[in-house]
Design a binder for this molecule. Structure first.
Ligand SMILES: [Zn+2]
Length: 63
């Protein structure tokens, strides 16, 4: 339907705006090829931007 396509387009546009404003949808991930705290990182589910270094705040629950 045309309406459904419009809604989907509006959703993508809003997601793009949120990412442009820095409000990413972060998802925590672990790189299996890297050990220790360096293996932890986050990437945005919407645009795929990767954020590193948040684990430097100190030892977290994952060690
Ligand atoms: Zn994003």
């Amino acid at each position: 339907m045309r309406t459904e396509r419009l809604v989907r387009r509006a959703y993508r546009l809003r997601s793009w705006v949120l990412c442009r404003l820095g409000r990413h949808l972060w998802a925590r991930r672990r790189n299996p090829e890297v050990g220790g705290r360096g293996a932890l990182y986050e990437d945005c589910r919407r645009c795929g931007t990767v954020r590193m270094g948040w684990g430097d705040r100190g030892p977290g629950p994952l060690g």
